[in-house]
Design a protein around this ligand. Structure first.
Ligand code: MN
Length: 202
């Protein structure tokens, strides 16, 4: 079955206090669509019955001729599908409940967590992502790589720091994009992923 572009849970202009309609439209309908199309093209003629999560966790099982294409575009599809869900027009603020307590225990307080995550995102050379894992560790990945490709758990939050994610709004100033992004993070979605991951590992 072919992979398809997921529908956003909000309008393209819904996050405009942090990310403009132009970026959201390009990022979703062009960039993400291209990952989907290239992933489908790469898998055409191959067994594509695997779940995307399984596919990315077992890239070594793919024929070498399509492995890099699936890594880049399957990663792109997976990463962006989650990214859209980690943002909301009603996002921002701080998490509550167990996630809030756990972040406090790990980082001292919420702002210290934000500072550390932001520093990793600002410091990542070139294109990539920064992830928050269910154990609340931070991982930086180049390109469209993600923790699944390292045999790790699915992330519970991640930030796209490719220039295509911010250049129209923030030009070369990635730090301003990162700062603004926190205002649209959907902590409810992150907390649900944290709870789900905790319940599996318990
Ligand atoms: Mn992107």
């Amino acid at each position: 079955m072919a992979f398809t572009l997921p529908t956003l849970g909000y309008e393209y202009d819904a996050l405009s206090r942090s990310i403009s309609k132009d970026i959201m439209q390009l990022h979703h309908s062009k960039h993400h669509q291209a990952y989907v199309d290239k992933l489908n093209a790469a898998l055409d003629g191959h067994d594509n019955s695997a779940d995307l999560t399984d596919l990315l966790g077992e890239l070594e099982n793919l024929p070498e001729s399509i492995r890099t294409t699936v890594r880049n575009n399957g990663g792109g599809h997976y990463n962006h599908s989650l990214f859209w869900q980690w943002m909301s027009p009603s996002g921002g603020g701080e998490p509550t409940g167990d996630l809030s307590v756990a972040l406090g225990e790990k980082y001292g307080d919420f702002q210290s967590f934000v500072d550390e995550f932001s520093a990793q995102a600002a410091g990542l050379f070139g294109s990539g992502w920064v992830w928050l894992q269910p154990d609340l560790s931070l991982i930086a990945s180049p390109n469209q790589d993600n923790p699944l490709m390292q045999g790790l758990d699915a992330p519970i939050l991640g930030l796209d720091v490719w220039e295509h994610a911010y250049y129209l709004d923030y030009k070369n100033v990635r730090a301003d994009y990162i700062k603004a992004w926190w205002d649209v993070v959907d902590w409810q979605s992150v907390a649900e992923r944290y709870q789900h991951a905790s319940s599996i590992s318990a």
